[in-house]
Write a protein that binds this ligand. Sequence first.
Ligand SMILES: [Zn+2]
Length: 486
Amino acid sequence: MHLPSLAFLWHRNPPLHAALLTGLLLTAACTTAWTEPSSEEQKPSDVSRLLPPGSTAVTLIFSDTLKSQTRVGPLFAKYGLHATLYVSSGRIGFGSGYLSLGDLRALAEAGHEVGSHTLDHEELEDLPPAEVRRQVCDDRVALMGLGFSVTSFSYPFSSDTPPVRQIVSDCAFNSASATGLIRNPTGCPNCPLAETLPPLDPFRIRAVTSIKADWTLENLQSLVLQAEGVGGGWIMLSFHQICEGCATYSISEAKLDAFLAWLAPRASRGTYVMTTHELVGGPVKPPIQSDGGVADAGPFDAGVPDAGSPDAGIPDGGPPGESLPLPNPSLETDSDEDNVPDCWKRQNPGASLGGWLRTSESRAGKWAQRARIGSGPPGERRLVVLQDSGACALAVTPGRSYRLSAWYKTDSQAGFVADYRTSTGNWVSWTTGPDLRLNATSYAHGTWTTPPLPADATHLSIGLALRAAGFLLMEDFALEALAPPP
Ligand SMILES: [Zn+2]
């Protein structure tokens, strides 16, 4: 039943890369799994369990909100990799040495994770509990108020006593990491060679000591090789300045580039570069203030509505069709609070690494959905209308074509999907649209018209799919039935 859809796609997009076809074949092979999507948001460490046994995960972290970390953007983009930045909100835009809000938003837009590193980079075990709560909870609240989806924490100075860990957990983080706990070429001789997957204690993820300027490329490589050598595990590397010897804790751009160039292709041998959130999973919990209250997470572009560009996507003229009542089209309603919009469903065909977020990075309303695929085996992330017998899925007329539209941002291959239900009650993976125009920085409007609906179709489910490594933000779907051909 999937061959027509593949043939259709192939026909419309002859130069499609073979990898995409592989991804689609995987899609077809994995259709039966769609009824139980593996949602990394729901169960912590699901993602770690998705990694094949013996895999090595490498997380490259950049701490302390330093201006030179803007170089992460272009350097990681060369290899399709993503980093985790641990940020102190009190430092954002504080003088020329620190990252600005614009810097951080650009990095987050490109798919890098923003985690928390306390309000003011304080050594927590020296502080009274109330101040620890303020430093930890209110940093997350502040970062989420700026529109970042924050789940990961890093202890400044590795100051992580058990009471401090408890506060980090109370402040609704999903994980926390401390450096200096993995064997490395300069020390920690009795430490383990890698953190386990999933980590032994998610609130004390053991990271390598902070990398200094005098570390060689071979030193960095040896950390990955030692994890691979013990049958895999998690290596978290902590970087600070990106510069040529400007600080003790620094790495030159050339050395970082060479390390990434060596690291990226190791995905083919089971070593994947992933962010902390990708590996820990779990939902983005509400922002909990230090006084225990729940804060409002602000919109991503507070007070700056983004109109997007009306002509994005596939040109699709013609007379307007009959507008159909798509359920929950702006993805705002989530009555069971599972982060999946009511009447919609996430599908994760294929073996790719990545995840989902219900994000406040919204175009007009309060919420949008964000899918991510990391480096690794091919696969897809799809958000589609729930494939039921008509409570959510739309009753449709065979022979008519349907025009789909949505607002989106993506830095990768993404496009519309349409499935239909037959008169015997089976759902058929029907057809997919071509790739939408790349559009990573502001919301764009994409449209696509399906071929005429087959004769035995009774209901339609539509959505958007991310088809390769990168991200896809989506919201404000619409559906029109076009007039039948004369
Ligand atoms: Zn730090």
